[in-house]
Design a protein around this ligand. Structure first.
Ligand SMILES: [Zn+2]
Length: 279
């Protein structure tokens, strides 16, 4: 986590320039822009700086403006070729994706009204559930996130032990507002050695959403309270990894998890769902 933050030099807006590279399946090329670095480009394509280095045979982290990099297609999209007579609206209808989300998924297009047969565009993958949720962080308040679900984590309350990361981290400044992704009931509030100040919200009989490392709660958040989708529930922080009040053991971020309660209580990968909400 810290390693990635060190590589983050400048938050300049990213404009992706994609072209299909023959012979590389659906892999695309990316042209390095002013202010880019490997970490930033990696988050844009749901990969890591190390993977980008491997993919491009780079020996160092330094990049130059105009450099062409091979980038993988983000896992949250399918690539499809525009057919003769297509418009984005027709493609949205055919794929069952809201036009607003289709446009948001294709920021590489200079003009969404100007597409042509053979052009590769991105179709967002539709998650199996929770389509109407909202991303817990507002647009413009977080940095691009990639899938770090199931990555190894070494901290545990009992001492060093490797476990799997049970959610996805979205990085944002301390104090950034956090909103409930769906309506539900707060079933757990208070300190957890891993999650710090956390909230567990039951959104249906079989599912709970988990918001961790908060710096503080919104007014009125306690067990038994009902919340609505989009309601302010707390603020991003870096609490957790120790006894009550511990903070600063890592960079501030929202850890978001989804747990199924049956047949046994266990996490599922929330990445595609978060990406869908982010469009
Ligand atoms: Zn996390």
């Amino acid at each position: 986590m810290n390693q990635r933050m060190k590589q983050f030099v400048c938050g300049a807006a990213l404009t992706a320039f994609l072209t299909v590279t023959p012979g590389l399946g659906s892999a695309a090329t990316y042209t390095v822009q002013n202010g880019d670095n490997l970490w930033l480009i990696g988050t844009k394509y749901s990969t890591t700086a190390d993977q980008l280095k491997k993919l491009n045979g780079l020996r160092s982290d330094s990049l130059f403006i105009g450099q062409k990099l091979i980038v993988p297609d983000p896992p949250e999209f399918m690539m499809t070729a525009v057919r003769y007579g297509d418009t984005l609206w027709k493609i949205a209808q055919r794929q069952g994706v809201p036009i607003t989300k289709l446009i948001a998924a294709n920021t590489q297009l200079a003009n969404p009204n100007n597409i042509w047969p053979g052009l590769e565009i991105r179709i967002p993958k539709i998650p199996g559930a929770y389509l109407n949720g909202v991303l817990p962080l507002a647009k413009g308040t977080y940095t691009p996130f990639y899938n770090n679900y199931a990555e190894a984590r070494a901290w545990s309350a009992e001492g060093p032990a490797v476990r799997a990361h049970e959610g996805v981290d979205v990085f944002a400044a301390k104090g950034t507002p956090v909103y409930s992704a769906l309506g539900g009931t707060v079933v757990k509030a208070g300190w957890n050695e891993y999650g710090g100040w956390r909230l567990t919200i039951r959104v249906d009989d079989s599912t709970e959403f988990y918001y961790a490392h908060l710096s503080k709660y919104a007014a009125g958040m306690k067990e038994g309270v009902q919340v609505t989708a989009g309601q302010l529930i707390g603020y991003v922080g870096s609490t957790g990894y120790g006894p009550e009040g511990t903070e600063g053991q890592f960079v501030p971020h929202l850890h978001f998890g989804i747990y199924k309660r049956t047949p046994t209580y266990k996490p599922i990968d929330p990445y595609l769902i978060l990406k869908w909400w982010s469009l």
